[in-house]
Ligand binder design. Structure first.
Ligand SMILES: *[C@@H]1O[C@H](CO)[C@@H](O)[C@H](O)[C@H]1NC(C)=O
Ligand SMILES: *[C@@H]1O[C@H](CO)[C@@H](O)[C@H](O)[C@H]1NC(C)=O
Ligand SMILES: *[C@@H]1O[C@H](CO)[C@@H](O)[C@H](O)[C@H]1NC(C)=O
Ligand SMILES: *[C@@H]1O[C@H](CO)[C@@H](O)[C@H](O)[C@H]1NC(C)=O
Ligand SMILES: *[C@@H]1O[C@H](CO)[C@@H](O)[C@H](O)[C@H]1NC(C)=O
Ligand SMILES: *[C@@H]1O[C@H](CO)[C@@H](O)[C@H](O)[C@H]1NC(C)=O
Length: 462
């Protein structure tokens, strides 16, 4: 079975483990982005390695094409320019086998392109990077794509003797090692599957395209230059873009420059990489993404840092409000919910998971249940003859009256040809629930940090 495993199933398996630390852990703890090592042994390593190579090839082809298309335009650096918004192309990682959204960022002077995982649950933005070449490896041509910090005139490492390094960045896993005061402040991220990334902190310039086809530069953005990113975790992307709520997050810094907010439109998560949308800093209106009707709910900042929390009142399925204890959603207690671009599946703590699954299963009794053992996906079925219109609609109700009604395909998800699964993962109680990126697909999302509100609306992202 492992040998003939169809691609989409593999894809789903990859993305399942992205949420694993939420399932097992506590909100607020740095979670893992991609844990491919946790794949069920059944799928076999050989196949993984093979698909990794395909994906790496696809990335480098894409990059070469981008370089040719990239013409220089003078940077517009006028901080007072009112209606400008910065945009970064964004697409689904499905082609690379990951259930994440990838965004292209230009870093350094002159700007170099990197492809990063857009993660509202991370504060640090880091990329695979070459800072200094050492010894014999210096002259050797680099096969993997990295950010060449040694070729950027704006790259400034932070000294390890600084307070920033010693105290402020301790949350970001800075190391206390400091052989000489001006040595760069370094970090060490470790993941439970054995992968790790080591690097140095730096201030760097990032460049945004503006809607008016000009460019804007943002200086002194904290970035991580990862000289090693061991493990298979970061094959699809060069690193991570930190969009979380933190003083070190690129989102917070860029939002400060572009009107206090950022937004993204998530295309269908199974879209190929040539179907793209934008991550936008500032007003989305100029970017001209059509959104059916934006609804707003309170964005609760600062309670579960660096995550974006929301006040949920309940979940209904087919207009029936499910019996979920209020404490499950209580941000001041031990529950609560967050909206996260870096988590694929929607994670519900047990007291919410059970009633949601039970209500949805009712409508699927006519389909043959399949015993597939696909990670945390508990309920899968043979979807021959499936019609989404017969599934009762799930609605997430917010305390302030806003309602989020995702399309059925965002919770009855494709797992393989002819196989669909209920797209929820269970998490232990107490803990936070997570609205993952599959649930957010085909919608526009605006994180308005200035007004503490989250806007959302149905959109085809074009
Ligand atoms: C920057 O914006 C200010 C205020 O709008 C304007 O007076 C100034 O001319 C602008 N500078 C440039 C270089 O566009
Ligand atoms: C890095 O940028 C911060 C502002 O974001 C600034 O306070 C600090 O002095 C800069 N450090 C270096 C080494 O450039
Ligand atoms: C950012 O820094 C300020 C002042 O240093 C502090 O008051 C604030 O709580 C910090 N914000 C976050 C999200 O850490
Ligand atoms: C994307 O690529 C596929 C072939 O790989 C093509 O059929 C499709 O039209 C492309 N879509 C867009 C929006 O360019
Ligand atoms: C924005 O969208 C409208 C309607 O789809 C279209 O007529 C207009 O040309 C678009 N503007 C830009 C700048 O793309
Ligand atoms: C689903 O059922 C149909 C017939 O009812 C069968 O042909 C097909 O192979 C089944 N698919 C899976 C994935 O079990």
């Amino acid at each position: 079975m492992a040998v003939s495993m169809p691609y989409p199933l593999l894809f789903i398996v990859f993305l399942l483990f992205i949420i694993a630390d939420f399932v097992n852990g506590h909100p607020g703890v740095k979670y893992q982005l991609i844990r491919r090592h946790d794949l069920h042994p059944k799928w076999g390593l050989r196949q993984l390695v093979h698909s990794d190579m395909i994906r790496v090839g696809a990335i480098s082809r894409k990059v070469r094409r981008q370089v040719r298309e990239d013409r220089y335009e003078p940077a517009c650096n006028n901080g007072s320019r009112e209606h400008s918004s910065g945009e970064l192309p964004m697409h689904s990682g499905a082609d690379y086998g990951v259930g994440l959204y990838l965004v292209k960022l230009r870093v350094g002077s002159p700007a170099q392109k990197v492809v990063l995982i857009a993660d509202t649950g991370s504060d640090l933005t880091w990329s695979k990077c070459r800072y200094k070449c050492r010894g014999a490896r210096c002259g050797r041509r680099q096969r993997r794509r990295v950010f060449r910090a040694d070729r950027s005139s704006s790259f400034r490492t932070l000294p390890c003797s600084s307070t920033t390094c010693k105290t402020d960045l301790a949350n970001l896993f800075s190391l206390s090692r400091c052989p000489s005061p001006l040595d760069p402040c370094s970090y060490d991220y470790r993941y439970s599957d054995g992968s790790a990334t080591l690097g140095v902190f730096a201030n760097e310039t990032v460049t945004f395209s503006l809607a008016n086809r000009r460019k804007a530069r943002l200086h002194d953005v904290l970035v991580g230059c990862s000289e090693s990113a061991r493990g298979q975790s970061f094959v699809a992307a060069d690193g991570v873009m930190g969009l979380g709520y933190s003083n070190y997050s690129l989102a917070v810094k860029a939002a400060g420059r572009f009107g206090g907010k950022f937004s993204y439109c998530l295309v269908d998560h199974l879209s190929p990489k040539n179907v793209s949308s934008y991550l936008i800093f500032g007003s989305h209106k100029e970017v001209n993404i059509s959104v059916v009707r934006i609804r707003y709910t309170e964005l609760v900042l600062g309670v579960i840092n660096p995550f974006y929390a929301v006040n949920v009142k309940g979940i209904s399925v087919g207009s029936i409000m499910l019996d979920i204890p209020a404490e499950v959603w209580d941000l001041n207690g031990v529950g609560g919910a967050i909206v996260d671009s870096g988590t694929s599946l929607t994670v519900l703590t047990q007291p919410a998971y059970q009633p949601v699954m039970a209500a949805l299963r009712q409508s699927l009794l006519g389909f043959k249940r399949l015993d597939l053992d696909i990670g945390p996906l508990e309920y899968c079925f043979n979807s021959t003859g499936f019609d989404a219109a017969t599934v009762p609609r799930l609605v997430l109700h917010f305390v302030d009256g806003a309602r989020f009604e995702p399309p059925v395909k965002s919770y009855v998800i494709d797992a393989a040809p002819g196989v669909k699964c209920l797209g929820f993962a269970a998490a232990a109680w107490p803990g936070a629930s997570v609205v993952g990126n599959i649930m957010q697909q085909n919608h526009f999302w605006e994180f308005d940090l200035g007004k503490s509100r989250l806007g959302f609306g149905t959109s085809s992202c074009v």
